[in-house]
Design a protein around this ligand. Structure first.
Ligand SMILES: Cc1cc2nc3c(=O)[nH]c(=O)nc-3n(C[C@H](O)[C@H](O)[C@H](O)COP(=O)(O)O)c2cc1C
Length: 375
């Protein structure tokens, strides 16, 4: 039935289909995960938090924290809600999200449409007693803010009490100037603001959330960063005590030969065309980080081999968004089955046995594809 509904949703404009999916998950509708045959233990511990499996729903799907419990019901062990801005804002004019089905891709220029942090707190309070899984809260700056860095402090101060971890998103291509916060000159101030917000909320920003009053903070980066940029970001994060890095957000670049009526639309490209670049950046961050940071790999995952390859190069957790939008609600369960069989085929029983074992992304991808073909 869900396959049929997914096919029907493809006839709706992309943003309308997104709204329908959010409403369905708000009411907890969707297929339930099926039992796995494998003996592999998919649970992982990251930044002091226990995750039932490494797969999460990336930011941007549940922008206002209205459907994360329903998304967890599909099999995701964590959901990152947001991006949430301090003040409500409507985002860019419509249309602002486009499917490129022949490329397994999406282009979006939503521009942080957000109900704002006060409304989101109400949404989070309404579901607090039904919480399952780990909740990440992703924050950003208002488009017309006079002090974007202070927006991060305000949003963290307001939302930290409801989050298991916080993400500072400075990599959306759809808010002018936002990505400049990734430069060394601004990053220290940004991290300081995020940490100040956390302390205002009564929490100690921490690499690991071993104690109740500690809160892990992640930084989400773009795929358009060179080696020197990445090295500077990694060192700033380590120096500041950031828990980890999420690599990556959508790309503003367009691979040669990108097809489809909407290929020329402005915005961030996600899905399959982003897979190689985001996995390459992840591998580079892993090698620069030398296990000093936790890593979340995101970009172009719609099958087990893609998630497995990201873990092989160093991801602790893997997120996806576009795969779910294009393939429908069975996807997380299918990926979890594939991952557990791939662990079996690799002679491993837990992800910590394979994490970071292949540093070269091309070799990691080949290894993951090889295992996948044997399933
Ligand atoms: C329609 C859409 C909206 C998004 N909105 C956000 C957002 O608000 N904040 C954010 O950090 N990332 C956002 N993203 C980026 C995703 O979280 C993710 O980093 C990116 O799409 C790559 O993963 P994917 O290829 O699995 O989609 C959005 C992506 C899409 C497709």
């Amino acid at each position: 039935m869900w396959n049929l509904l997914t096919k029907a949703a493809r006839h709706l404009p992309a943003e309308a289909a997104h709204r329908v999916a959010v409403s369905a998950l708000h009411y907890n509708l969707g297929p339930r995960p099926t039992e796995r045959q494998s003996k592999a233990d998919l649970s992982v511990r990251v930044a002091g938090l226990g995750f039932a499996n490494p797969l999460g729903l990336a930011a941007g799907f549940d922008k206002n924290a209205t459907c994360f419990n329903g998304a967890m019901g599909l099999g995701f062990a964590h959901v990152e809600v947001g991006t949430i801005t301090p003040k409500p804002q409507s985002g860019n004019p419509k249309p602002r999200v486009f499917r490129l089905p022949e490329e397994n891709a999406v282009i979006n220029r939503y521009g942080f449409n957000s109900q704002g942090m006060h409304a989101v707190v109400e949404n989070l309070c309404a579901t607090a007693s039904k919480r399952i899984g780990i909740l990440g809260v992703n924050v950003g700056a208002n488009k017309t803010s006079n002090d974007p860095i202070d927006d991060y402090r305000q949003a963290v101060a307001m939302l930290a009490p409801y989050a298991d971890y916080i993400t500072l998103n400075i990599s959306s291509p759809n808010t002018p100037g936002l990505r400049n916060l990734q430069t060394k000159r601004h990053l220290a101030d940004l991290l300081m603001a995020g940490f100040a917000g956390c302390r205002e909320a009564g929490f100690e920003p921490s690499c690991v959330s071993t104690e109740l009053r500690k809160k892990p903070i992640f930084l989400k980066i773009s795929p358009e960063l060179n080696h020197d940029d990445l090295a500077a970001i990694v060192e700033s994060c380590v120096d500041a005590g950031v828990s980890g890095i999420i690599a990556t957000n959508t790309t503003i670049s367009r691979p040669i030969g990108l097809n489809g009526v909407y290929a020329g639309e402005a915005g961030g490209l996600s899905g399959l065309p982003l897979f190689d670049a985001s996995t390459g950046i992840l591998a580079e961050v892993a090698s620069l980080g030398q296990n000093r940071l936790s890593l979340i790999g995101v970009g172009g995952v719609s099958a087990g081999w893609q998630a497995y390859a990201k873990i092989l190069v160093g991801a602790d957790l893997v997120q996806l968004y576009t795969g779910l939008a294009l393939e429908g609600p069975y996807l997380p369960n299918r990926i979890l089955h594939e991952l557990s069989h791939m662990l079996d085929a690799d002679g491993a029983t837990r992800f910590d046995q394979i994490k970071g074992q292949i540093t070269d992304p091309i070799v990691a991808i080949k290894h993951a594809v090889g295992l996948y073909e044997r399933l």
